[in-house]
Design a protein around this ligand. Structure first.
Ligand SMILES: NC(=O)c1ccc[n+]([C@@H]2O[C@H](COP(=O)([O-])OP(=O)(O)OC[C@H]3O[C@@H](n4cnc5c(N)ncnc54)[C@H](OP(=O)(O)O)[C@@H]3O)[C@@H](O)[C@H]2O)c1
Length: 238
């Protein structure tokens, strides 16, 4: 079993469908976990789901697309915890259904902020201390849409492809340090939102957030220490 007893993990978007599963998996592995959240009821649900493990869970209300707010979070956590070992970017969201030419500029801006700028803000805030401590694990959540042509999802795809490129570059940049950087690449997975949006789909074929969380855990474990700069597909058979 993966052991992360000595680790402090920040899960951005850690109260979301996948982020919450990752947070629970990290708690079960012994890590101290800080999640960012926006809606207090999501943090309340995660805290309830964590049960006694919630003693090692805390939440910070932060807009992860805001570089100053994320820098303030990093500074707060450095004072409180002394260090951050694991950084997971599970913030993201999809807006689509329109051709590129029909997409509103406002949608373009919000998609870029959510799916690309958030990764930059987190990297900018947390990597300097990881470099200084010469220790860290970073996992970015991308999307298969970044890799294949996605009619009606061009802007989402572009924002996720940009994030993949950012973390690919970061992985090269940290090669001199003991910092591991990887992306996971999901296709559709089983969330309440997806079930509501596609009520006639075959839910059984969709990967579960808990299964994907295990891959993230592996990438942050000693067993996964050889995997660096990877973009790991977690599509199942979708
Ligand atoms: N679901 C899928 O089928 C699928 C497929 C491929 C890739 N992905 C990617 O996987 C990741 C997780 O997806 P998910 O389905 O778990 O999404 P989700 O349930 O919506 O979780 C995303 C989390 O990020 C939070 N968030 C949104 N904007 C934020 C902001 N500006 N600052 C801070 N937090 C913010 C959300 O908070 P609120 O709930 O308050 O908005 C939510 O807790 C995303 O990057 C998504 O693009 C998902």
């Amino acid at each position: 079993m993966t052991k992360l007893q000595d680790r402090v993990a920040v899960i951005a978007g850690g109260t979301g469908a996948l982020g919450g599963a990752i947070a629970l998996a990290m708690l079960q592995a012994g890590a101290t976990v800080v999640v960012t959240y926006r809606r207090p009821e999501e943090l309340d649900k995660l805290t309830a789901d964590a049960g006694p493990l919630a003693a090692r869970l805390s939440g910070e209300s932060v807009d992860v697309t805001d570089c100053d707010a994320v820098a303030a979070l990093a500074s707060t956590l450095a004072k409180r915890s002394g260090r951050v070992d694991i950084l997971v970017n599970a913030v993201g969201g999809y807006a689509g259904g329109k051709t590129v030419w029909e997409t509103e500029p406002k949608t373009y801006a919000t998609q870029m902020a959510l799916n690309l700028q958030a990764g930059f803000a987190l990297t900018h805030a947390f990597l300097p201390a990881m470099v200084q401590q010469n220790r860290g694990w970073v996992v970015n959540v991308a999307s298969r849409a970044a890799l294949v042509a996605s009619p009606g999802a061009g802007v989402y795809a572009a924002s996720k492809a940009g994030a993949l490129a950012l973390f690919r570059a970061l992985a090269e940049e940290v090669k001199p340090y003991s910092i591991q950087v990887n992306s996971i690449v999901p296709s559709i997975f089983d969330t309440p939102a997806n079930r509501a949006a596609m009520p006639t789909a075959d839910f059984a074929s969709w990967p579960k957030p808990e299964q994907i969380a295990k891959v993230v855990l592996f990438l942050c474990s000693e067993e996964g220490s050889i995997v660096h700069g990877a973009e790991v597909p977690v599509y199942g058979r979708t």
